[in-house]
Design a protein. Structure first.
Length: 256
C-alpha cells in the first residue's frame, strides 16, 4: 500500500541489480513507483521502465542543473513524450541555486516552459527546489491551475501553506528521518494530510540508518514510519492516505 512518488530507477546506479531492487520494494509493500526523468537519457529510460512494468509510471523533464543545455527541440521531444499514457507528470524541473548560481536566468526560462507543458497536458509538475524558495515561489505564483509536487521539500515550515495554496502537494523523503532533520520533521507534522506524499529520491537521500548509502524504493517504508510517528497516527493509515493522494494526483487507477 506504499507509493514511492519519486524514484530514479532510471539511474545507472541500478544497472546491475534492478530486478532485485524492484522485488525488495514489493516485499516492503511498495505497490506503485513513479520513475522520474531529469535529462534526455533518463526520460527515455523512465518510459522504457514504465512500458515494461505495470506498477511503474514515468515523468519526463529537465533538471535545473541541466537547464543550460536545454534546446528548443527538447521541448518538442517532451511534448511528444507527454502524450504517452504512462507518462504522468512533468519534471523533475525547478530551480537550484545551490549547484548552479551562474545560469539562473536560463533555469527560470526552462522551468517556465515546463510549467506551461504541465498546465497544457494537465499532468502534475515535479518540482526540485534547492536554495531557491523565494524565486521558485515567485515563478510559480504567476500561474493559475497548477498541480504538482514540491519534491523532497526542503523549504521552511512557514512556506508550506503558500505552496499548498498554489495547488501543490508536499512530498517528504529520507531527510525526515535524519537526526538533524528538524525542519522536515516540523513540516511532516503540519502538512494537511490530503496534500502529503512520500518518496525516496533513490538512489539519493537514503533514510536513517542507511544515510550515505545507495538508496532504494523499499526504504520509502522508513519514511512512512517516521512520519506516522511524528503525526501520532498508525503507520497503515499514513501509508494508505499518502498512496490514495498519489493515485489521485497522477490520475492513476488503483492497482489493488
Ligand atoms: Ni530526484
Amino acid at each position: 500500500m506504499l507509493v514511492d512518488t519519486h524514484v530514479h530507477l532510471n539511474s545507472k546506479k541500478y544497472e546491475d541489480d534492478l530486478p532485485q531492487v524492484i522485488s525488495r520494494a514489493q516485499e516492503a509493500g511498495v505497490e506503485l513507483m513513479i520513475v522520474v526523468g531529469f535529462d534526455h537519457e533518463t526520460n527515455l529510460r523512465a518510459i522504457e521502465l514504465a512500458e515494461k512494468y505495470l506498477f511503474i509510471y514515468a515523468t519526463v523533464g529537465f533538471h535545473p542543473t541541466d537547464a543550460r543545455y536545454v534546446k528548443e527541440s527538447d521541448y518538442e521531444i517532451l511534448t511528444k513524450q507527454l502524450k504517452h499514457e504512462k507518462v504522468v507528470g512533468v519534471g523533475e524541473c525547478g530551480l537550484d541555486f545551490y549547484w548552479d548560481k551562474e545560469f539562473t536566468e536560463k533555469q527560470i526560462e526552462v522551468f517556465r516552459r515546463q510549467i506551461e507543458l504541465s498546465i497544457k497536458f494537465d499532468k502534475p509538475l515535479i518540482i526540485h527546489m534547492r536554495d531557491a524558495s523565494e524565486a521558485t515561489y515567485n515563478v510559480l505564483s504567476e500561474y493559475k491551475n497548477l498541480r504538482g509536487i514540491m519534491h523532497c521539500y526542503s523549504g521552511s515550515s512557514e512556506m508550506v501553506e503558500m505552496f499548498i495554496k498554489l495547488g501543490l502537494h508536499i512530498s517528504l523523503g529520507g531527510p525526515v528521518t535524519f537526526k538533524n532533520g528538524r525542519v522536515p520533521k516540523e513540516v511532516a507534522k503540519i502538512v494537511p494530510i490530503d496534500k502529503l506524499l512520500i518518496e525516496t529520491d533513490a538512489p539519493y537521500l537514503s533514510p536513517h540508518p542507511f544515510r550515505g548509502k545507495r538508496n532504494e524504493p523499499a526504504r520509502v517504508k522508513l519514511v512512512a514510519e517516521e512520519i506516522a510517528k511524528l503525526r501520532d497516527i498508525p503507520y497503515t493509515e499514513l501509508a494508505k492516505i499518502t498512496a490514495k493522494n498519489a493515485y489521485k494526483l497522477f490520475n492513476i487507477k488503483e492497482l489493488k
